[in-house]
Design a protein. Structure first.
Length: 168
């Protein structure tokens, strides 16, 4: 079973739509941040959140609920604007503005109490716009993602973050 959390009106073939609001693609109405998903533990093989995570107040609580219903080896794909992107700031419903390193937090032993199961960030990607500005951003980022975010991201802006998290 595969879930599309915060599906809105975006139906994805093979995925069950779950949203807080009644909308076109929602098969289930569930406020993931404040109630349990209506699925058994260890029953989900894949979850996607496409431009949704930045709308939750309590990201650790949401991740924990996603992990609870996920099987070992399940993939949780999270797509969100990078904090330097105008898209991150233009929507007044965005509560969080995430970094390339934000979800690494859940892999730290010192914060393992946030989640019932362990996870690892299997893959992460930062996308940039085209043109000379995008090329410069990609070059700086390739040399040092940390330095890019610390010094250059508001000069040469990124666009989209994609995280693939594996449930262990």
């Amino acid at each position: 079973m595969k879930l599309n959390i915060g599906c809105g009106n975006k139906k994805i073939n093979g995925y069950i739509g779950v949203d807080k609001f009644k909308c076109h693609a929602a098969d289930y109405i569930c406020d993931v941040e404040n109630e349990k998903l209506p699925f058994e533990e260890n029953s989900i093989t894949s979850i996607i959140l496409d431009n949704v995570i930045e709308h939750f107040y309590d990201i650790p609580k949401v991740i924990d609920e996603l992990v609870r219903v996920s099987q070992k080896g399940a993939n949780i794909k999270i797509i969100t604007p990078h904090f330097s992107s105008l898209s991150s700031w233009i929507d007044p419903t965005h509560i969080h503005h995430l970094s390339y390193f934000s979800l690494d937090h859940f892999e730290k032993q010192s914060v393992s109490h946030y989640l019932g199961k362990s996870v690892r960030v299997k893959h992460k990607k930062l996308s940039f716009s085209g043109g000379i500005s995008g090329l410069i951003a990609r070059l700086i980022f390739k040399l040092s993602p940390k330095r890019y975010e610390q010094k250059y991201c508001f000069i040469f802006r990124a666009s989209t973050l994609t995280f693939n998290i594996e449930v262990l």
